[in-house]
Design a binder for this molecule. Sequence first.
Ligand code: CAA
Length: 380
Amino acid sequence: MDMDPSEIEALVQQTAHEFANRVIAPQASDLDATERFPSDVLRGLSEIGLMSINVPHEYGGADAGAVAFALAVEQIARACASCAVMMSVTNMVGETIARFGTDGQKSRHLPKLASGEHVLGSFALSEPDAGSDPAGLRTMATRDGGDWILDGAKQWITGGGHAGVLLVWARTAPTAAGAKGLSCFLVEGSTPGLKVGRAEDKMGIRASNTVALQFDACRVSGDALLGDLNGGFRIAMAALDGGRIGIAAQALGIAGAALDESIAWAKTRSAFGVPIGEHQAIGGKISDMRTQIDAARLLMARAAFLKRAGQPYTREASMAKLFASEAAIRVCNEAVQIHGGYGYMREFAAERHLRDARVTTIYEGTSEIQRSVIARTLLL
Ligand code: CAA
């Protein structure tokens, strides 16, 4: 497979790299420490087209494709994993509306997502009692004339407190089994009856807004239904296939930053009369870190290029997400070890990278779910 980025993809990557270094990196540590919501960063990402990478030009998007998306998320994650996940999820929401929406739905939401008028898009699938198994979700949507009334609770929703539009999954056929009775709705963040809970106090990605949502008699019009009635589960799965490339890219970005800082440290910190990088033990760690990052990069690229080519990529996206996320945790753990006592201190970024990396094996499908997706394609 040809896996060379096109001119446009390389330009998107370069644009993201420059913005990450100039605007995000200088404030990343402060964002983590204060949990400040990075409005300025998100506005800037919209301005340079990175919040709607896979949205068609006619709706204001960059229309640059799956490879450009992965390369851009990686660059942003190198500077700030919190910004990267909000960017990744917003892109996933825009792409899903572009793919499944009517002309009216696309015209209503996509230009706002692309311009930043919708600060974020959110993906409201998980519930307090339905994380890995969304087919068991309990939020209900009931008909009332031409409208739908949503009732229920969502949990761990990235960007939910700042979302202009949310994809919300609800049960529309109470008697249909599991996945078959779910539909997806486009809900604007300001809709009466949608209540945003307090921001979660998290181990990592602390500047990313993560909230619980409550829907109490939340009324949306009939044209809020995205895609087919009772066809919502497939929309969620299709969206997550692409989203998992984004999380692989996020993990890769975090790990890449941890490696670069470890190399710089290994060249400058001395012990026993020489830079620590000259000790075999440290050189071996650096070698293993780079090898795992390169392997993750190849898996991520394969999934993204398959998607770009319009070929099936569900398994490959799960493999990329599984490997990159687990590799990121190992790499970041070694980065802390290489930095020694300093690595455990907040003034160095190594400990932030480890905390940020930890969630990548959990959201958008745990490692256990990725293994299950992969196994099904091999065993069934
Ligand atoms: N694309 C399209 N359709 C798909 C699909 C895919 N990748 N995978 C499954 N489907 C379809 C199936 O073909 C099937 O359709 P039919 O009924 O027409 O045959 C239907 O969906 C049901 O499929 P399954 O029987 O395989 O469903 P399941 O209940 O066994 O679940 C699962 C499969 C893969 C385990 C799924 O439940 C899953 O991915 N779980 C993890 C959920 C997840 O990732 N949550 C993340 C929350 S979002 C988030 O984290 C975002 C954030 O904010 C950071």
